[in-house]
Design a protein around this ligand. Sequence first.
Ligand code: TXA
Ligand code: MG
Length: 442
Amino acid sequence: SWEVTETDDNDAVLSPLREAAHLLRTTAVPVAFPTETVYGLGADATRSDAVKGIYSAKGRPSDNPLIVHVSDLSMLRGLLSPATAAAATTKTKPTNPSSLNQDQNGEQAEKDDDDDDPIPANYRPLIRRFWPGPLTILLPLPSPSPLAPEVTASQPAFGVRMPASALARSLIALTGKPLAAPSANASTRPSPTAAWHVAEDLRGRVQLVLDGGSCDVGVESTVVDGLCSPPAVLRPGGVGIEALRSCEGWEGVVKAYADHHHAGEDGDGKKGAAPRAPGMKYKHYSPRAKVVLFEAGGGERRSSGSGSGSGVEVGDVTKAAGGAVGFIRTGGWDVAGGLRHSGLRDTLLANGGEEEEGNMGFVVREGALLLVNDDGEESSQKLLDVDLGRDVKGVAHGLFGALRELDRLGADVIFVEGVSDGDDMSAAVMNRLRKAASEIRA
Ligand code: TXA
Ligand code: MG
């Protein structure tokens, strides 16, 4: 047998969690918390006043529904059928070795052959494989609904996920309520993947930001609809479509999202079908700086210095004169190659500048581009260079942080190398980049 002694260390973690849970239970001002994807802005999903607080803090359009976060499967079953929740507390469950992952309480969650389970059977392979984790599923809204109507924003279904972050699940469990939580950015801004990102956008609008460090995944959850046939991906995210396709019943899952926010963006329905995840129609993920995206065509990597056509030209940079120019590199294109090999005598990409170590998986190198015009007049342009590496997971992890960091350092324009579009997380990365970009070059 063993004893739990509350040490100062426990208190250091637990007291902010307890405070956050108390605020969530007793007030209508949202609390920001980390998840493995991005920071969320949470409120008790069963209380209208609390959920309204999320929309006003974010400046979020009220027709964009929120994802409900649960700590364990019994909380989800409780939402789907209150009777099951009551019964579950009195029933002892047999141990089944071929089981779903265990929930927080060590309760066996496997109910594949159980017709009483309110979780639809087609979702069970996904839950077993991806929960807790970055996958949101749509479920029919029970009647009467235990959720505040503002959560679903008049959609017939609600979106729900069980986050992998232990901090997030602990907060939900301590609150004892499912938490509605969108990403904790101001509407249209890049999603927050560190506590300071939340503070930057929402200072004074949230009462507490739980700091869990930088988010592992860095892009939001994949949203799937298994209530329609064939099942559909409504938003690409931390779970790739190939991984979904390997699950029983999900082999034929289709993509039902558009990458360009311009499509149907003005909401007048003239520019094509309305997206089925309503959030996908809005301008999104945008830093203050103008974003120019270079699509990585056909997986072909540009060799540095080939100099023909693509890449950032010196003219791009001089047009942005006055401030700073940012580069986000992923190896898809050598966007800075056009500068290095432009043939201009005094073109200089100096990497000897200040190095800033971040916890976001990237370093910003600051250099200067010295330009000399025909009259011999010199001007210089600050260059901010971020390399996110070649691994798409690393790119996803650092992407939103890099956009914000370059904004903070004063970039007027950010040139970003895309990654080749695949069936893994690269779909999520390219989706976010295409939405953030005001210009796309092939
Ligand atoms: O990773 C994530 O999902 C993060 C963290 C905090 O969990 N949350 C997040 O929430 O990204 P948000 O609100 O920024 O994006 C939710 C997306 C939107 O595109 C929304 O339209 C869609 O999910 N969605 C939510 N509920 C829905 C519903 N009932 N029907 C259709 N789409 C829904
Ligand atoms: Mg969001």
